[in-house]
Design a binder for this molecule. Structure first.
Ligand SMILES: Cc1cc2nc3c(=O)[nH]c(=O)nc-3n(C[C@H](O)[C@H](O)[C@H](O)COP(=O)(O)OP(=O)(O)OC[C@H]3O[C@@H](n4cnc5c(N)ncnc54)[C@H](O)[C@@H]3O)c2cc1C
Length: 385
C-alpha cells in the first residue's frame, strides 16, 4: 500500500539535511526524530495525533504518504526573491529585480504568463480579452525599451475622442473646451451641475470616511456625469463596481486634485497639477516619444510584454503551472514556499517573497504565517467569466 512506498532510509537522509522541516510518516520515524521537530511537520493523521499526545505543540499539517514521497523526491530550488504571479505586476517586478542582479524566480499557477492580460489572435485579427491598452508613462516605456520591444510599441491617435454608448447612440466625449457646445450627452441641468462643481462649488465630504468612486464623482460633478460618463469608463478599465471601488485607491491622481489650490474644484486642481508636472518633467531621450493622452499597446497585443519578460528570465527562473499553496517561515533563511504542480509538490526556499496574486488567494497561503491576512477575503473582485 501507500505506506509500503515510504523508504525510511531515504527519508532519514532528507530529514537530517533539513533542520527546520521534518517529514514524519509513521511512528518509528516519529520516535527517531522526536526532539528535532521544530517548525513544519508533514505527517500522517495517526502520527499527528500521537505527536500531540506526546506533548508536541508546534504546527502540524496532516498529509498522506504518497504526497510526502513526491515532496521528498523534489530537490529544493533556492532564490533570493520569489515572485508569485506572472501578471503585469509580477512580470515587471521580476524583470526589474533581475536587472538589478537579484537572484529571482517567478511562479505562475496557470500554464501561461500574463494574468489578466489575455491577447488572442485569429485570421489576422488581434483582440484583447482583459485590459486593452496602457497609459504611456516613463516606467512602462523603460520596461518596453529594456526588453527590446521599442519597435513593437503602437500608440492610439491622441486626437481621436472616446465614445460613450447611451440609449442606442454614440456620444464623443469632449477633447477640450471647444467640443463642449456640441456635447449632448448631458441634460442642461446635468451640464450646469457639472460646471459648478468643476469650478469649486462642492460640498465637503461630510462622512469623513473613504469615498467610493460614485460618492466622489457625484459630490463633485453630479449624478448625471457619474452615470453617463464615469460609470462606463470605470467598468471599461476595472470591470469594477464604482459604488464599491475606492476613489483614493483607483483614481488617486484625480482624488489629489481637490486638495490643490484655494477651492476643491477639479479644474483649478488640474491646472495647478499641469503646471507642476511641466516643471518636474525630466525628458529621458532614450525613451520613445508619445503624446500625453495617447493610449499604448504592442503590435501583437499586450501579452507581448509578459511573454518577453518570461523569455528574458528563461525557463530556469519561470515556473508555469506552479500554484502556491502555502508559505512558512524558515528560521535562519527566510521562507519555504510549497507549490502544487502537475508533477507533484515542489518546494522553493527563498529569502523574500512578493505575492502579486489577487488578494483572495493570499489568506489560505498565509494561513499559518499571518492569520490576519484573512481580512483580504473581504476585497471585492469582479467575475470575468
Ligand atoms: C476586464 C478588465 C479590463 C481592464 N482594462 C484595463 C486597461 O485597458 N488598461 C489598464 O491599464 N488596466 C486595465 N485593467 C486592469 C489591469 O488588467 C490590472 O490592473 C492588471 O492586469 C493587474 O495585474 P496583476 O499582475 O496585478 O494581477 P493579475 O493579472 O491578476 O495577475 C496575478 C497572477 O497571479 C496568478 N496566481 C493566482 N493565484 C496563484 C497562486 N496560488 N500561485 C501562483 N500564481 C497565482 C494568476 O494566475 C495571475 O496570473 C483591466 C482589468 C480588467 C479585469
Amino acid at each position: 500500500g501507500d505506506r509500503d512506498q515510504l523508504r525510511l532510509q531515504e527519508l532519514e537522509s532528507i530529514l537530517t539535511s533539513m533542520p527546520v522541516m521534518a517529514f514524519v510518516p509513521s511512528s518509528p520515524l516519529e520516535r527517531r526524530f522526536d526532539g528535532r521537530l521544530q517548525n513544519v511537520i508533514l505527517t500522517s493523521s495517526g502520527a499527528c495525533r500521537r505527536l500531540r499526545e506526546s506533548g508536541f505543540r508546534g504546527p502540524v499539517h496532516p498529509r498522506s504518504g504518497p504526497c510526502i514521497l513526491r515532496a521528498c523526491a523534489t530537490p529544493h530550488q533556492q532564490c533570493d526573491v520569489l515572485v508569485v504571479g506572472s501578471g503585469v505586476s509580477g512580470s515587471s517586478l521580476a524583470f526589474n529585480l533581475h536587472k538589478l542582479g537579484v537572484d529571482v524566480a517567478m511562479t505562475e499557477a496557470r500554464d501561461v504568463v500574463g494574468g489578466n492580460v489575455i491577447s488572442r489572435s485569429q485570421d489576422g485579427y488581434i483582440w484583447e480579452e482583459g485590459p486593452n491598452t496602457f497609459q504611456p508613462a516613463p516606467h512602462i516605456m523603460r520596461l518596453a525599451v529594456d526588453l527590446g520591444l521599442e519597435n513593437e510599441l503602437v500608440f492610439a491617435d491622441h486626437t481621436l475622442p472616446r465614445f460613450v454608448y447611451w440609449e442606442k447612440q454614440l456620444f464623443a466625449l469632449p477633447m477640450g473646451p471647444q467640443d463642449i457646445p456640441n456635447f449632448k450627452l448631458l441634460s442642461p441641468w446635468g451640464f450646469l451641475r457639472a460646471g459648478l462643481g468643476a469650478i469649486g462649488v462642492v460640498l465637503p465630504n461630510m462622512t469623513n470616511k473613504e469615498e467610493s468612486v460614485e460618492q466622489f464623482i457625484t459630490r463633485h460633478l453630479g449624478k448625471e456625469v457619474f452615470q453617463k460618463m464615469i460609470d462606463p469608463f470605470v467598468s471599461g478599465v476595472y470591470a469594477g463596481n464604482p459604488t464599491r471601488l475606492s476613489m483614493a485607491a483607483a483614481f488617486k491622481k484625480i482624488k489629489a486634485l481637490e486638495a490643490l489650490g484655494g477651492t476643491p474644484g477639479l479644474i483649478e486642481g488640474g491646472i495647478i497639477r499641469m503646471i507642476q508636472k511641466k516643471r518636474e518633467e525630466v525628458v529621458d531621450p532614450s525613451l520613445p516619444k508619445y503624446k500625453g493622452g495617447a493610449l499604448g499597446s504592442f503590435k501583437d497585443g499586450l501579452l507581448t510584454l509578459p511573454r518577453a519578460v518570461a523569455d528574458y528570465l528563461g525557463r530556469d527562473r519561470v515556473h508555469l503551472g506552479w500554484k502556491l499553496v502555502s508559505l512558512v517561515k524558515e528560521e535562519g533563511y527566510g521562507y519555504l514556499a510549497k507549490f502544487e504542480t502537475k508533477e507533484g509538490l515542489r518546494l522553493v526556499r527563498t529569502r523574500s517573497v512578493a505575492l502579486t496574486t489577487p488578494a483572495y488567494v493570499v489568506p489560505s497561503v498565509l494561513e499559518t504565517l499571518m492569520p490576519e491576512a484573512k481580512a483580504l477575503e473581504e476585497l471585492d473582485y469582479p467575475c470575468l467569466c
